[in-house]
Design a protein around this ligand. Sequence first.
Ligand code: UN1
Length: 499
Amino acid sequence: MAERFKNYINGQWVEPSTGDYHENRNPARWDEVLGLFPSSAAEDVERAVESAKRGFQVWRKVPAPQRGDVLRRVGDLMTARKEEIARVMTREMGKILDETRGDVQEGIDTAYYAASEGRRLFGHTVPSELRDKWAMSYRRPIGVCGIITPFNFPMAIPTWKIFPALVSGNSVVFKPAHDVPHTATLLVEILLEAGVHPEAVQLVHGTGRKIGNVLVDHPDVPVISFTGSTGVGSAIGEVCGRMHKRLSLEMGGKNAQIVMPDANMELALEGVLWGAFGTTGQRCTATSRLLLHDQIHDSFLERLVERVNALKLGDGLEKDTDVGPMIKEDALQNTADYVGIAREEGDEIVTGGKRAGGHGLDGGWFFEPTILAGVKPGSRLALEEVFGPVLSVMRFADVEEAIHINNEVEYGLSSSIYTEDVRNSFLAMTELDNGITYVNAPTIGAEAHLPFGGVKQTGNGHREGGWEVYEFYTETKVAYVDYSGRLQRAQIDTYDFAP
Ligand code: UN1
């Protein structure tokens, strides 16, 4: 009998009000049940929000450097448990151990960065227009933050949101992705062990439709941070817009890697392999378009296909596995549907294109790493996010055309150019419409201490990570202190001295 896990609400590990549980299964071997997790309902969210409101009142008064110290302990505990968490994550999410270790490390980096930010949280002190008066701005926490996260980075993405929210003095209600509840549970255990106030963090398991919506709609949750699909993000945006909530959205991508004829080809090959097929293509930052210069198109593609065909699919816990399974059947079906569309649109399926079987893969959601060549600008495979191991290859004649193709999609998360030429590099950095551009590195690989996010339909202008996310989780307040002992009227008495 599989272990039963609980929600964490009101300072306690509790069963869901529904009494219902769902199975958490291993995507590499679907018959393996890893645990039973709560299928929660509105009532659970209501209780969590009520408790988080109390938690906020206590936690906001803990001095920020002390909140930072708690986050430092979180980093230490995550470091001590890194291997254990990585293994849990690989089993429930599928990506290979190297990657899940990286995912935990990103959480550790985010924790230590957050710890240091507890001693900064800068405001400004500026001269007043008037004599004997001080003027300053400072940061205040906002309240209960609703945190809704995806399956693909089960540790890193929740930490990007939860750690800065907590260091800033907010409380959080965390609704992790339905498919990765175990990693989320470990994260909450660590937060509590490190000393976060027991009502400042709440964990409610379940689906977006049953409980995510309740959190978004809740009048006592003034902040929502969501990473996921553009469709769901738009629906959340409508509600939050109506309710004047602060909302951070991190959504789709259709990221391109550009290869110039002057590039180091071996480096560019390694970059696209990692960018397109790491995490089985299930990253917002995945390379889903490869733009090849006419001069090197054929030779590069030939070498790439050879390398892709050598990738080994399998269980992410096994040492020699390069690419793990997809998260679930729906995701696999969606990818297969896109290959069908590619076929109809006349793209050439150079390798892959179907569910992988045999060699012990039949019991999991494995899809062959797929390359589509001759993808035409404006076609669906050139424009739409697949979120699977499918790479659309397109060609271009010069750097201006490559920039044009990169920019013609509705998304704008990351981009990459491989070139040894300084002009090409700076043109790309300046002209590519993305939140992140990599030169001689793949479209994935963001670091925790820099702002992460995209332009256009990828986001709504906010950034996660780095120093900018602290703006999101705090409200600016201004104070003026007049110690002149008399009424001083701003704008009127300001320039009353004789020059
Ligand atoms: C995502 O793609 O969903 O940039 C997040 C990276 C990671 C984060 C990716 N650090 O590769």
